[in-house]
Design a protein. Structure first.
Length: 330
């Protein structure tokens, strides 16, 4: 291995451009190739060779970034692991627990790293809120409301045959657009002891939900709601409300926007100018700062031997919660 980690990106959709742009800003990382079954080149990859499969790659590489549709993540991960290549996987890690377990097992057996891009855990004010929850500073939290109300037009779902399907996408906005925030919910509060959901398809011609709501109950008695949508025009910032016996706080797109907690000053460290409708109406990611963080950490994990920020085991929890949401419908 050289002084740089050489990545091959598997998949040529919009998110591949995000990774290429992010890696260009990281000194110890570079992209050496793209794998695309359709031979499509991402707009940022004009200078890169394109291959049809991992076996056909002729450039040097140490790791892959898996950017294929959700239900294919395990295929590329296991294939790369068996070639001795480290794996950074887009969210969600996959759409079934059996597939996830196979991914984790393959990476362990072949002594390669498996990281997952749930980078919102380290975005803006999220680490600050996590620390306050862990040390009990927010008091007894009894109510949480999480809302991920996005909008996607028909062109989004028509852009790929897999979009809006159960067998490949794994579901609608809960496993796709809301996955980052359900992972964040798990990181903050753990898994619910029980939940019940109601899901519907209202404005798109797809087989999965485009809007739904969940009520969760935790072992400590906390009651929460989670709403996820791609039907709510024009798209709104992701919003998290936390209520405790000491007061409340509201976050929008990872930034504390309201704060009323007894004996605690607002701890926000975020740049408020960044609090826009990021991702609420489009799948294109323009700000690569969070991806830079997750890639930089992954590179350091490969060099040092430590575990990445988000391991396969940790990322599995978000998929488990989402599968519970799909299973426990009324």
């Amino acid at each position: 291995m050289t002084d740089k980690i050489k990545f091959v990106i598997i998949g040529s959709g919009n998110i591949a451009n995000t990774y290429i742009s992010a890696i260009q800003k990281i000194e110890k990382a570079e992209v050496t190739g793209i794998i695309s079954r359709s031979s499509k080149k991402p707009s940022q990859a004009e200078h890169l060779p394109v291959f049809h499969s991992l076996q056909s790659v002729t450039v040097e590489f140490d790791a892959v970034i898996v950017c294929t549709p959700n239900g294919y993540h395990h295929i590329s991960t296991i294939e790369a692991a068996e070639l001795g290549k480290h794996v950074l996987c887009e969210k969600p890690i996959d759409i079934t627990t059996d597939a996830i377990d196979d991914m984790i097992s393959a990476c362990k057996q072949n002594n390669v790293k498996l990281g997952v891009a749930y980078q919102r855990r380290y975005s803006s004010d999220n680490p600050v809120v996590k620390a306050l929850i862990e040390n009990g500073s927010l008091g007894k939290i009894f109510s949480v409301d999480l809302s991920i109300k996005n909008y996607r037009d028909d062109s989004y779902y028509n852009s790929g045959a897999y979009r809006g399907t159960w067998d490949i996408d794994g579901g609608g906005p809960f496993i796709q657009q809301a996955s980052h925030y359900i992972d964040l919910y798990y990181w903050f509060f753990g898994r619910p002891e029980k939940l019940v959901s109601t899901l519907g398809t209202f404005v798109h011609d797809i087989e999965v939900e485009d809007h739904g709501a969940v009520i969760c109950v935790h072992q400590n008695g906390m009651i929460s709601t989670i709403t996820a949508s791609t039907a709510t025009k024009p798209g709104f910032p992701a919003k998290l409300e936390i209520y405790s016996d000491k007061g409340y706080l509201v976050m929008e797109n990872d930034v504390i926007t309201q704060w009323e907690m007894e004996d605690l000053e607002n701890p926000s460290v975020a740049d408020k100018s960044m609090n826009g409708h990021t991702g609420s109406a489009t799948a294109v990611v323009n700000d690569t700062s969070n991806h830079e963080l997750i890639i930089q950490d992954f590179v350091e994990a490969v060099f040092s031997g430590k575990e990445p920020l988000i391991t396969g085991e940790s990322a599995r929890n978000a998929t488990e919660i989402i599968l519970d949401i799909y299973k426990n419908r009324f």
